[in-house]
Design a protein around this ligand. Structure first.
Ligand SMILES: Nc1ncnc2c1ncn2[C@@H]1O[C@H](COP(=O)(O)OP(=O)(O)O)[C@@H](O)[C@H]1O
Ligand SMILES: [Mg+2]
Length: 263
């Protein structure tokens, strides 16, 4: 197996498309497979952090200086910002509500598109992790550009709904614009989320996405399942909350595809 750490981001400018849920659960499934995983919460909504820690713990981390916002603003080595989750070998860099102001902070900095890449370089270079997974916010700006420039791959979660596809063209246009800067970035694939297989609409979504020339579609897709919401309410990935759940199995299948692609 290659030693290099793979940095993969989960991005889509549409909110509610399943980015955070997919990032947390793919991370957990890769960890179940024996991979060493670092998750980075890149969104001010703190949802990735809430997938592993209680609201109280997440707010404490967000209010402290030990989170992604301060690391990026001060251009610090991210290895000093790692928090251990209850799962050994599955770690997290928490976020802050101050992330809402990150664009302004980046604005005056030298080579501002590459700040996150620089902050990550020692962790990524050490080989300590097999995967670094970054949860992106639902925006397309300087911060997401930082995330793309720091990544080897992008996974785009898309909700299987009429509005889920709307706006994807903007996303691909943005990816085209950053192509020259994000030189390592591969468009790994779309994951269709929140699927209701009883609706014909799902098949239509699947067919429309498979026609896109910019990006392939993963064979695995994730169906709507209230167990996911219960697991989030309990600050756990779905397979940790209920090991034999259908969503747990779906995310395991997706993680296997991601792992086959990445290694
Ligand atoms: N497969 C699913 N079944 C049911 N609810 C889901 C599923 N995936 C995500 N959700 C819910 O949809 C909402 C948006 O998901 P989230 O992962 O936060 O999207 P994003 O990060 O793109 O905004 C959340 O409330 C989450 O609980
Ligand atoms: Mg999110």
């Amino acid at each position: 197996m290659k030693k290099d750490t793979k940095v993969i981001c989960f991005a889509n400018n549409k909110g509610g498309s399943g980015k955070t849920t997919t990032c947390a659960n793919v991370g957990y499934s890769l960890w179940e497979m024996g991979r060493r995983v670092l998750l980075i919460d890149g969104d001010m909504q703190l949802n990735l952090s809430l997938s592993f820690f209680s609201e109280e713990q997440v707010l404490d981390m967000a209010k402290s200086e030990r989170n992604l916002y301060h690391a990026v603003c001060d251009q610090k080595d991210l290895k000093d910002y790692i928090v251990r989750t209850p799962q050994e070998g599955l770690d997290l860099i928490p976020s802050s509500t101050l992330m809402s102001g990150i664009e302004f902070q980046l604005f005056t900095k030298w080579q501002r598109e590459f700040i996150l890449k620089r902050c990550l370089s020692s962790i990524a270079g050490s080989g300590e992790y097999d995967y670094i997974l970054i949860d992106a916010p639902p925006t397309l700006g300087g911060w997401v550009m930082n995330i793309l420039c720091a990544s080897h791959g992008i996974i785009v979660p898309v909700e299987a709904s009429p509005w889920g596809l709307f706006g994807l063209a903007n996303m691909f246009e943005f990816l085209g614009q950053v192509r020259d800067m994000a030189r390592d970035l591969q468009t790994m694939g779309i994951v269709i989320t929140k699927v209701n297989t009883r609706k014909n609409y799902f098949k239509q979504t699947m067919d429309a996405l498979r026609e896109l020339k910019e990006i392939p579609v993963f064979d695995s897709y994730i169906r709507i399942d209230s167990t996911i919401e219960w697991s989030q309410d309990n600050n756990q990935p779905v397979a940790a909350y209920r090991k034999s759940s259908r969503s747990g199995a779906e995310y395991r299948a997706l993680a296997k595809e991601v792992d086959e692609y990445a290694w």
